[in-house]
Design a protein around this ligand. Structure first.
Ligand SMILES: Cc1cc2nc3c(=O)[nH]c(=O)nc-3n(C[C@H](O)[C@H](O)[C@H](O)COP(=O)(O)OP(=O)(O)OC[C@H]3O[C@@H](n4cnc5c(N)ncnc54)[C@H](O)[C@@H]3O)c2cc1C
Length: 412
C-alpha cells in the first residue's frame, strides 16, 4: 500500500481522499465498526463544519501559528468548495457558523464515504493496532488481523474526548513509540465544576454575561455569551471557551476561579447607580427581592442578595449604600472556585497532543520520522467553539494527504 491512514474520522477521511485524488493507493485502518462516529455528534447532530471567521486567534496550543500554513493551503473557502463538490450545500446559520443545509451531520459522513468509494480507498474496520514500526522502506502495522505495510503513514487518531466515538487516546503510544513528544492531553470545550454551595439554587439559569478566568489570582482570559448555570457549575459556550486553560491550571495544581459578570455593559459605578435607583428611587413598597425583579432571573436575585448578606424581605429603601455597593459588585463578579471540569467524556475536544515543534506545518510530516504524517486533533492544536476543530481536521488532513501522495510520487 502507498499510504495507510490510521483513523477514519474527519481528518483521516480528508487525508485519504486527498492522497487518493493525487494518485496514491490508500488504506484506512479504523478500530471502530464505523467511520466518522464523532462527526455524527458534532453541532448537536447538525455539524458546524467550518466558520467564515478564521485566524490564529481561533486556535490554541503551544504554537497557535502552526495552523497558518495548513489554513493557507486549505482554509474556509477551499473547505466550502470541497464539500460543495461532494454534495454538501453550505448554510451560514449565524455569526459565520456553517452547517450542511440538510441539517444532518450524517450527510457529511455519507458524502465523505461516497468519495472514498469512488476513489477505491479501502477501509478496514475493527482493526486493533498493537504496534507501528518504522521499516527500512516505509511502515508496518501489527494488528490482531495481521500485518499491514505501507510506504507512508498518516496518524489521524483524534484526541481523548468523547471516547465512545472512538478517539480514546489509543493512538498516543504508537506516536511516542516512534519517538515523538506529547503535550499533556486535557479536556477542552467542556463544562466547569464549581465549589460554591449556592450553585444548586441557580441550576437551570441561562443569562448573558462575561466569564473571567483567574489562575493563581491572575486574569488569564475572558469570554462573553450565554452563561448556563448548572447544579455542578458553569456551562455554555463562554465556559467552554475558557475550559482548556482551566484544565491546564488544575493539571498544574493551580488555584482556579471564575468571576461571572451579569452586567457586562456597565462599569461597576454604573451598576451601583443602577442598584441605588432600583432600591432607593423606585423601591417604595418593595422588598429587596422585589427590587431586583426584572433585572435578573429570580433564582439569581436570591443568590445575589444572600451572598451580599441582604435579607430578602428587607424593605428596599432601607438598604444602605454600602449594601447596594456590595450587591452591585456581586452582580459584576460572582465568584465560583473551579474544582474540576466534567472530563474527557463530556468534552468536545482535547487540548494537547503531538508537539508541533516536531511537525513541519507546511506538510504535516514528522520532523523525526520521514514518511510519517499527522492530522487533526492528535496534534497539539485545539480550536475555539464554532467549527474550528473540524476546520483544523479538514485542513491538516488535506495537507497531510497531499504531502504523503507527493512523497510517494518522488519515491516512485
Ligand atoms: C459532542 C461533540 C460536538 C462537537 N461539535 C463540533 C462542531 O460542531 N464543530 C467542530 O468544528 N468540532 C466539533 N467537535 C470536535 C470535532 O468533532 C473533532 O475535533 C474532530 O472530529 C477531530 O477530528 P479527528 O479526525 O482529528 O478525530 P476524530 O474525528 O475523533 O477521528 C479519529 C478516528 O480515529 C479512530 N481511532 C482512534 N484511535 C485509533 C486506533 N488506535 N486505531 C485505529 N483507529 C483509531 C477513531 O475511532 C476515529 O474514527 C465536537 C466534538 C464532540 C465530542
Amino acid at each position: 500500500m502507498d499510504v495507510i491512514v490510521v483513523g477514519a474520522g474527519a481528518s483521516g477521511l480528508t487525508a485519504a481522499i486527498q492522497a487518493a485524488r493525487k494518485g496514491a493507493r490508500v488504506l484506512i485502518l479504523e478500530h471502530m465498526d464505523k467511520a466518522g462516529k464523532k462527526i455524527l455528534v458534532t453541532g448537536n447532530g447538525k455539524c458546524n463544519f467550518t466558520n467564515e471567521k478564521q485566524g490564529i486567534a481561533y486556535y490554541n496550543g503551544k504554537n497557535p501559528a502552526f495552523v497558518l500554513p495548513a489554513l493557507r493551503q486549505f482554509g474556509f473557502a477551499e473547505t466550502l468548495q470541497f464539500f460543495k463538490e461532494l454534495g454538501i450545500h453550505p448554510q451560514n446559520k449565524r455569526d459565520g457558523y456553517y452547517y450542511p443545509a440538510s441539517g444532518q451531520a450524517a450527510s457529511v459522513i455519507k458524502v465523505l464515504l461516497l468519495e472514498c468509494k469512488r476513489l477505491n480507498i479501502e477501509i478496514a474496520y475493527n482493526v486493533g493496532i498493537r504496534e507501528i514500526h518504522r521499516e527500512t522502506e516505509g511502515f508496518s502495522f501489527h494488528t490482531k488481523q495481521g500485518i499491514f505495510e505501507s510506504l507512508c503513514c498518516i496518524i489521524a487518531t483524534g484526541g481523548k474526548a468523547a471516547k465512545k466515538t472512538g478517539s480514546d487516546g489509543s493512538g498516543i503510544p504508537y506516536i511516542v513509540g516512534l519517538g515523538h513528544k506529547i503535550i499533556d492531553l486535557v479536556p477542552a470545550l467542556v463544562q466547569l465544576q464549581g465549589k460554591q454551595s449556592f450553585l444548586k439554587n441557580i441550576a437551570g439559569i441561562r443569562a448573558e454575561g462575561t466569564i473571567c478566568l483567574y489562575i493563581e489570582n491572575r486574569k488569564k482570559t475572558e469570554d462573553f455569551g450565554e452563561l448556563q448555570l448548572t447544579e455542578f457549575g458553569v456551562s455554555g459556550i463562554p465556559a467552554f471557551q475558557v475550559s482548556r486553560y482551566v484544565s491546564y491550571g488544575l493539571l498544574n495544581h493551580k488555584h482556579v476561579f471564575v468571576l461571572l459578570d451579569f452586567l457586562s455593559d456597565l462599569a461597576l459605578e454604573d451598576a451601583t447607580t443602577l442598584m441605588e435607583q432600583r432600591f432607593h428611587t423606585y423601591g417604595a413598597g418593595k422588598s429587596a427581592a422585589q427590587a431586583l425583579i426584572g433585572l435578573f432571573p429570580e433564582k439569581l436575585n436570591r443568590v445575589f442578595l444572600k451572598e451580599a448578606r441582604i435579607n430578602l424581605e428587607k424593605p428596599a429603601q432601607n438598604c444602605s449604600d454600602k449594601e447596594l455597593a456590595a450587591l452591585a459588585a456581586l452582580t459584576k463578579a460572582l465568584r465560583i472556585d473551579i474544582i474540576g471540569t466534567k472530563g474527557f467524556d463530556h468534552a468536545q475536544v482535547s487540548a494537547g497532543g503531538v508537539d508541533t515543534d516536531q511537525i513541519n506545518p507546511t506538510t504535516m510530516e514528522s520532523r523525526i520520522v520521514p514518511g510519517l504524517y499527522f492530522a487533526g486533533e492528535v496534534v497539539d492544536i485545539d480550536g475555539m467553539c464554532g467549527g474550528y476543530n473540524l476546520q483544523w481536521a479538514w485542513s491538516s488532513g488535506f495537507v497531510a494527504g497531499s504531502a504523503a501522495a507527493d512523497n510517494i510520487r518522488r519515491e516512485k
